[in-house]
Design a binder for this molecule. Structure first.
Ligand code: BMA
Length: 902
């Protein structure tokens, strides 16, 4: 057993070796087109009779109703056997579930049309994970990979009534543990269980093709679940069926698109002639092409290639660069008599290039070029939306993706420790113009890549998912894994295993290179329709250095992670493409109330620590470290929550603006992380319930296509004007220096041109030049970009830490009035009100802006949308500022009508 430090310095076990289980696979082919119908069945579940968990949980071997798609945890919760796994500190008491073997049963009838057909198939879109499936008492298939689509032919095996499908799910821990424990040296895992269900020195997670985060992550709970997590489909056909439809872009520009429709048709046992028809509909639904062919199909799989040309194509663009037009392609075989003989997809026409040119600085660029246009990527990393993925609805995906777009993001990275998202995710991303960096599902640590059976399973999984998703124009990169190369090279994994067992270490590394350097690259080349492949994030695609600032993509965690540098260190780190950096914050009060009583809400209380996964519950110490550096010590839990959000927002703003100001050297900034898997503390900017943290409001400003980056570092403020739009802009830059009471010390104004798709540095101003002798603690500089009387972008620079500024409490005057179909919150303050937070508590209300600094003499109206009436809203309204929080011992002015907060 060996131990090694992670990037954050936590101690985790790391090395495991195993001979991979060879499992019998009856049939598993690529994910096809979605024309089968979900199996209509009555589902139930139970603990497998004889299971050891029955001793402590008697009676669970009787059948109870189950939900499919679903999971054993949610079924147990619905049956009233367990409480809500997200509430309180529930995890320790629920780990037995992951140690049990569970059985699912479906009873179903089959209609006459289906029964009459010559062929039938059951398709399992998601089995989690070690599953033995039988149909009407006879074995059907065995599965060992939750990320794959499993298919089994059931020709002649179905009855009109009383069919029974059974699926036994074996505990992944118990299945894999003996082999992992037998390894003399282990390979790196991720987060060891603190609950005793799995030995800390023999973690099985990286040997299972199951979402890695189910074993616990630093933002989410450990629930080693099982079940039928995606739909089961039954399909039937006679002579032939369509098994795949795709559109390859051969050439594409403004004038002309040359495409090839790739159609895969499976023919039964005898060769036969078939008619094939393909229609192409333009974004308005008008047919622009029809291809008809009479073809001879040979038994088995037939690959057809049908060329299509489109003049003046309407190309798909990321948001901010153009429209998100999509074409529809429909194919039919033999008149489309069964569902299986029809296929349809929606796709966008665009080209993608990952441009990596050597440059004058001695490094190499890293930029996404879409339709020939380099795009600065602005966005965040996405983690799973639930501990139990079947619970994620399309509405939920839309909510968080819409939030991303509303915050002016144009790229999301689907991080590798979860699952391949549902088609709905990519549909919405296509529609919204969000580019997707798609990891393969490897979250960290190391895999048994040296095992050919393991690699074969991954290749099959990759093929399934690339084929399933490749028509989505949003996907612009397939990336092998998250942080595995850097962990091996930089965190000591490689070195320590080499010291312990050089031959095994070499084998592990070669397995890594085979899997991520060769196998997955080949799948993407064969199936990915031209989308580039990148072997790991961060990396330089297997070059010597893995996490380099001069080339490749970068994860930067010296802020927040060890050595926990101050946020200004972000200004000294200038990578080519920042794919991860982050700061934590707690979600708002109403979200915390969902899992902890007010009595439990203590910074170091057990329920709060159970929802703070960083450093096994000690993350609040890291949060306090950052809060104290800039803001001082919070006096209550509520203030701690508020200050965590202010700190997160202001810190990330600094980094993101610096990245943007470094364009074109830097061409991307994706912070960690967009969303949450459950209600708890994390790096997210949108919480589990969809509430925006302060960061998300800031993101809308710092990611806006036009923005001002005024970044003060070591006494100098560097001013860059950012314009991601495709045309240049003329504006006025106004710089005002004020004191906290609104007195203007001086002002200057200049005409500026913001070049298109560029950052233009316009000034470097020393504190002496800006302050001209004024007290730094009492002063602020406001940088405004104006067109006519309209301020199109603004950034405020301070010269002292908030805790040293004379910020008064109770300054903000507010008035809430009804106006048409919404409300207006009128705000003004006689002195600087920093980090104003508007909160309506449990009253459902949406504020159009929040988390901003209210300048003295600059009143602001904020639109509030709510179904609640005016008096309820007025009663619920709370305003909080840094002045209130840091200096509330100062008596507030007597005439302040706004209630003091939290
Ligand atoms: C990143 C990710 C995750 C992790 C996050 C916060 O590096 O890749 O593994 O959750 O950091 O620690």
């Amino acid at each position: 057993m060996q131990y090694v430090r992670t990037k954050f310095g936590s101690i985790q076990n790391r090395f495991i070796r195993l001979g991979w289980l060879a499992l019998l696979v009856v049939s598993c082919t690529v994910a096809g087109v979605a024309s089968a119908a979900p199996l209509q069945a009555q589902w139930s579940f139970r603990l497998l009779p004889g299971d050891a968990q029955l001793q402590a949980h008697p009676g669970l071997d009787t059948w109870r109703p189950a939900q499919v798609p679903g999971s054993v945890h949610t079924d147990l919760q619905a049956a009233g056997v367990i409480g809500d796994p997200y509430v309180g500190a529930a995890e320790a008491g629920l780990q037995w579930i992951g140690l049990g073997d569970w059985e699912y049963r479906a009873r179903f009838d089959v209609d006459a049309t289906t029964l009459k057909r010559r062929h039938a198939e059951l398709r399992f879109d998601g089995l989690d994970t070690f599953a033995e499936v039988s149909l009407n008492g006879a074995p059907l298939l065995r599965a060992d990979n939750a990320h794959r689509t499993w298919r089994a032919r059931v020709d002649g095996r179905l009855k009109a009534t009383g069919n029974e499908l059974r699926i036994v799910f074996r505990s992944p821990i118990r299945t894999l543990l003996p082999q992992v424990q037998a390894m003399p040296h282990k390979i790196a895992g991720n987060y060891p269980s603190p609950y005793g269900d799995e030995p800390k020195d023999a973690m099985v997670g990286n040997f299972a093709r199951k979402p890695a985060y189910h074993f616990g992550w630093d933002w989410g709970p450990r629930y080693v679940t099982a079940g039928v997590w995606r739909a089961v489909q039954l399909s039937s056909w006679d002579d032939n069926r369509i098994t795949d439809l795709a559109v390859r872009t051969d050439t594409l520009d403004e004038a002309h698109a040359a495409l090839t429709v790739l159609l895969q048709v499976e023919q039964g046992d005898a060769a036969g002639s078939a008619s094939v028809a393909v229609d192409v509909l333009d974004p308005d639904g008008k047919r622009v092409q029809r291809i008809e062919r009479q073809l001879m199909l040979r038994p088995g799989s037939n690959d057809l290639q049908l060329p299509v040309t489109i003049e003046q194509p309407r190309r798909w663009w990321p948001v901010g660069q153009g429209a998100q037009d999509r074409y529809t392609v429909q194919a039919r075989v033999d008149g489309g008599r069964s569902d299986e003989q029809q296929a349809r997809l929606r796709t966008g026409l665009r080209t993608v290039e990952l441009r990596r040119e050597n440059d004058a600085q001695g490094g190499q660029g890293f930029s996404f070029v879409i339709n020939g246009v380099p795009v600065f990527a602005k966005g965040a990393n996405v983690i799973p939306f639930e501990a139990f993925p079947a619970r994620v609805t399309r509405e939920r995906l839309r909510r968080d993706l819409q939030a991303a777009r509303d915050a002016n993001m144009n790229m999301l990275r689907n991080w590798g420790g979860g699952y391949y998202e549902d088609d709905a995710f990519f549909d919405i991303a296509d529609e919204l113009g969000l580019l997707v960096w798609q990891d393969f599902m490897f979250g960290g640590g190391m895999q048994p890549g040296y095992d050919p059976a393991f690699r074969a399973s991954v290749v099959a999984e990759a093929r399934d998912n690339v084929r399933r998703l490749r028509h989505h124009p949003s996907i612009v990169l397939w990336c092998g894994n998250n942080e595995e190369e850097t962990a091996w090279k930089d965190w000591g994994h490689g070195k320590e295993l080499t010291a312990a067992d050089p031959a095994f270490a070499a084998k592990v590394w070669h397995g890594y290179v085979d899997l991520f350097g060769t196998d997955l690259r080949a799948v993407v080349a064969e199936e990915g329709l031209g989308v580039p492949y990148w072997s790991s994030s961060p990396s330089n695609d297997l070059d010597a250095k893995a996490n380099d600032s001069t080339r490749g993509d970068k994860h930067y965690w010296q802020v927040w992670g060890n050595p926990a540098l101050p946020v200004t260190a972000y200004l000294h780190e200038t990578p080519r493409f920042m794919s991860e950096y982050g700061l934590q914050a707690w979600p708002q009060q109403s979200t915390i109330d969902a899992f902890a009583t007010r009595q439990e809400q203590q910074i170091d209380g057990p329920v709060i620590q159970a929802h703070q996964k960083f450093m096994a519950g000690k993350g609040n110490e890291r949060l306090l470290h950052y809060i104290q550096m800039e803001y001082g010590t919070p006096r209550s839990f509520a203030d701690f929550v508020y200050l965590s959000q202010v700190m997160q927002a202001e810190g990330i703003a600094l980094a993101a603006l610096h990245h943007r100001a470094s364009r074109p050297y830097t061409m991307g900034s994706l912070y960690w992380q967009l969303n949450d898997v459950w209600p708890g503390a994390s790096w997210s900017s949108v919480d589990y319930y969809g509430h925006w943290k302060a960061l998300h409001f800031h993101a809308r400003r710092f990611f806006a296509d036009v923005a001002v980056a005024a970044l003060r570092d070591e006494g100098v403020t560097r001013v860059s004007l950012l314009n991601d739009g495709r045309s240049a802009l003329q504006a006025q830059l106004r710089i005002r220096v004020l004191d906290v009471d609104g007195r203007q010390l001086h002002q200057q104004q200049q005409a500026v041109t913001l070049a298109a798709q560029a950052a233009t540095e316009v000034a470097r101003l020393s504190d002496a030049a800006l302050l001209q002798g004024a007290d730094p603690r009492r002063s602020l500089a406001v940088f405004e970009l104006q067109q006519g009387d309209t301020v199109i972008a603004e950034r405020i620079v301070y010269f002292a830490a908030a805790k040293d500024q004379p910020l008064a409490a109770g300054q903000v005057r507010s008035e809430l009035v009804a106006q048409g179909d919404h409300y207006l919150l009128r705000l003004r303050s006689p002195s600087l009100a920093r980090a104003l937070w508007i909160d309506f508590g449990n009253v459902d209300a949406r504020v159009e802006d929040n988390a901003f600094d209210l300048l003295p003499g600059s009143p602001r109206d904020v639109v509030v949308r709510s179904r609640a009436d005016l008096s309820a809203l007025r009663a619920a309204l709370r305003l909080q500022t840094l002045g209130d929080t840091l200096h509330s011992t100062l008596a507030p002015p007597q005439d302040v009508p706004t209630p003091r907060t939290r």
